[in-house]
Write a protein that binds this ligand. Structure first.
Ligand code: 5MM
Length: 335
């Protein structure tokens, strides 16, 4: 197997998952302001360093996605952040897109930017210690959306990004996120997500991306946030598996779901059921941002010097998700 496949599998194997700590400064500012903490480089680093030095980094978190600001920061003990992550037994990664902007030609939709100058930025991130990268395309669901234009242009960007990343010896995380916002049914989410993922793979193949050396980061198949027709967690798991079985080529080693606005509990429960029913060869695990950090952030905001207490809350969430990634989680393990 290729070197990239070895890296991808190491990040995802044995129930390990990914901590998505790649919030851009504006998103992180919103998260911190929501819990009453001032957003400045020192506080952003403080919270993240607490997570990156917790014991679950060794046992549960196979990889951490960083943001440009964080990969350049030093810890309180003067270690580089990627060094801390590697020392804890995990793998440092980096978000390399520069955000989703209005899509010309379909202004209600977004296209992710960041291809200009990417080859040089990748070389720098590699030197800084990154072993994998992330790029997120976003899609909305409505009667006429996602449009063909959005599906095509985002898939094209994800494929161009992926081939540049592999050229630079890193594993690309391919993240096509079909958003949960709206009133759509789970059936709509299933149809649109399948179309989006299939188009991504058409483009990845066209761009000669080695599919054994990527990680797919999709949404689960869920009814829209404001849908009147909710489905059970079992149905979520079964529809998600059906969608991925039919759309993802078998060479892909692993799938790491985003949480997409689900509660921490829901994201864990759904992942657990997906793994209980998993009849594929894909590793199915997590790459959660909000669903791994919410409780820890809330706890930390009450006393930002309480490192141990915050780590305990984070370790619990990471452990629950690592159990779910093996289909071994149950409700009574929650505290
Ligand atoms: C951690 O949040 C990332 C988004 O940051 P920006 O919007 O500020 O660029 C995001 O890409 C994240 O990695 C995924 O959406 C998964 O996060 P969730 O919270 O959906 O699990």
């Amino acid at each position: 197997m290729s070197e990239l496949n070895t890296v991808a599998v190491k990040i995802l194997e044995n129930g390990k998952g990914i901590l998505a700590a790649d919030e851009s400064t504006s998103t992180m500012t919103k998260r911190l302001n929501d819990v009453g903490v001032e957003s400045n480089p020192k506080n952003r680093l403080l919270f993240r360093e607490i997570l990156f030095s917790s014991s679950s980094m060794t046992k549960c978190i196979g990889g951490v996605i960083l943001y440009d600001e964080t990969i350049r920061q030093e810890t309180s003990k003067k270690n580089k952040i990627p060094e801390l992550i590697s020392k804890m037994g995990s793998t440092p990664g980096i978000k390399v897109d520069t955000g989703a902007k209005v899509l010309a030609g379909s202004p209600k939709e977004k296209i992710t930017e960041g291809l200009d100058g990417l080859r040089d930025r990748l070389k720098e991130y590699y030197r800084l210690g990154a072993k994998f990268t992330k790029w997120r395309g976003v899609y909305i669901i409505d009667e006429n959306f996602p449009s063909k234009l959005s599906i095509h242009s985002n898939a094209h960007a994800l494929a161009r990004y992926s081939s540049l990343v592999q050229e630079c010896n890193m594993v690309p995380i391919v993240e096509p996120e079909v958003l949960m916002d709206g009133e759509h049914s789970a059936e709509d989410c299933y149809k649109k997500t399948s179309e989006v993922i299939q188009k991504c793979f058409d483009e990845l193949i066209l761009h000669k991306v080695d599919l054994t050396g990527i990680i797919l980061k999709p949404n689960m198949i869920l009814a829209g946030k404001n849908s009147k027709k909710k489905i059970s967690n079992e149905e979520v798991a079964k529809l998600t598996l059906k969608c991925l079985k039919d759309s993802v080529p078998p060479e892909v080693p692993g799938i790491a779901f985003l949480s997409g606005g689900q509660s921490e509990f829901e994201a864990t429960e759904n992942l657990n059921l997906i793994n209980k029913f998993n009849d594929t060869n894909f590793i199915m695990t997590y790459s959660y941002g909000r669903a791994l950090q919410q409780s820890a952030l809330k706890f930390w905001s009450k006393n930002i010097q309480n490192i141990e207490g915050t780590q305990k809350v984070f370790n619990h969430r990471a452990k629950m998700n690592t159990l779910a990634a093996q289909g071994k989680w149950s409700k009574d393990l929650e505290i």
